[in-house]
Ligand binder design. Structure first.
Ligand SMILES: [Fe+2]
Length: 268
C-alpha cells in the first residue's frame, strides 16, 4: 500500500478584505505556513511516500514585488516536510511568478510528470495560464502526454484546474464565474485521452470538495488547505485541510481531512 499526501490551494499570503465580496475579511492565509508546520510530525509518522501540491501556493499581494518571495517561502515550507514532492502550479502562482522562476524555485525542470505507484500511473498535468482567468492544456503538454503516458496502465490525472465544467452556484469566489474553473479546451482534451485508461482525475482550484464525471471516469475536486470554510478574521480559524490518496493492489481512494477528522472519502 502507498499513500500520497495531496495539498492544494495553500494560498499563503496576508489576511485582507475580500475583493470578490465587499466587507468580508477573507481567509486566515497569513498563518497557512505555520499551520503546515504544525502538521509536520503527524505527517512524518503517517508516513507518506509522496506529496503532490496541486498549486496556488500563494495569495498574491496585488501591486507588489513580494510575490516571488511569498512563493519561495511556501515552497521551502513544503520541502521542510521532508516528503518527496512534486509541484504543479495554479493561476495565482502563474499570475505573479513566471513559470521559469517557479521552475528555478521548485528545482523542477518540468511541471508535467509521471510516477507509477502500485501499478497505477499518476500524471501530474500542467495547466498553462493564458490570462488571469483562462487556462488550457497546451499543445506542448498534449505532445508530452502522447509520448510519455502509457495507454494501458490505469491512470489518475492530477491538475490544478478541473478537466470538466462545474456549476459553481453557491461558491464564495466562483459564483457566476463557471468558465474560470475548468481548462478551456476540456472537450479537446477529453477526446485526446479517450484512448487512455484514465481511472479518475483529481483537481484543486475550486475551494470546495466535489465529484463530477467526464465520460466514464470520476473527476474529484479536493478542498483547499486554506480558505472559504470559515470566513473570519481570526487566524486560528484556519481549516488546514489535506487529502490522502491511498493506493494498494486492489483499490484506490482519496480522502480529505481536517486534523484527525476525515470528512470526505471517495473510491476511485
Ligand atoms: Fe486556483
Amino acid at each position: 500500500m502507498k499513500q500520497i499526501l495531496i495539498l492544494s490551494d495553500i494560498h499563503s499570503g496576508t489576511t485582507r478584505p475580500s475583493q470578490a465580496r465587499q466587507g468580508i475579511v477573507r481567509q486566515p492565509s497569513s498563518n497557512a505556513l505555520e499551520q503546515l508546520t504544525r502538521y509536520r510530525e503527524k505527517w512524518k509518522s503517517w508516513p507518506f511516500d509522496m506529496l503532490v501540491d496541486l498549486g496556488d501556493l500563494t495569495k498574491p499581494i496585488h501591486e507588489s514585488n513580494e510575490n516571488e518571495d511569498l512563493y519561495k517561502k511556501a515552497v521551502e515550507s513544503i520541502k521542510q516536510l521532508d516528503i518527496p514532492t512534486t509541484f504543479i502550479y495554479g493561476n495565482h502562482d502563474a499570475e505573479y511568478v513566471s513559470v521559469a522562476k517557479m521552475k528555478m524555485i521548485t528545482g523542477q525542470a518540468y511541471f508535467n510528470s509521471v510516477r507509477v505507484v502500485e501499478g497505477i500511473q499518476l500524471v501530474m498535468l500542467e495547466c498553462t495560464q493564458i490570462d488571469q482567468n483562462t487556462s488550457i492544456i497546451s499543445p506542448e503538454t498534449m505532445d508530452w502526454f502522447g509520448s510519455t503516458v502509457d495507454r494501458k496502465l490505469s491512470t489518475i490525472i492530477l491538475s490544478h484546474y478541473s478537466l470538466v465544467p462545474i456549476k459553481m452556484t453557491g461558491s464564495f469566489g466562483f459564483e457566476g464565474k463557471d468558465s474560470t474553473v475548468h481548462v478551456q479546451n476540456y472537450l479537446e482534451f477529453a477526446k485526446f485521452i479517450e484512448g487512455y485508461n484514465v481511472r479518475a482525475s483529481i483537481n484543486g482550484h475550486l475551494h470546495w470538495g466535489g465529484y463530477s464525471k467526464l465520460g466514464r471516469f470520476p473527476c474529484i475536486t479536493v478542498p483547499p488547505f486554506t480558505d472559504n470554510f470559515l470566513i473570519s478574521s481570526k487566524v486560528d480559524a484556519h481549516p488546514g485541510i489535506y487529502n490522502v490518496l491511498t493506493i494498494d493492489d486492489k483499490s484506490a481512494r482519496v480522502q480529505s481531512y481536517s486534523g484527525d477528522y476525515c470528512f470526505m472519502s471517495i473510491e476511485l
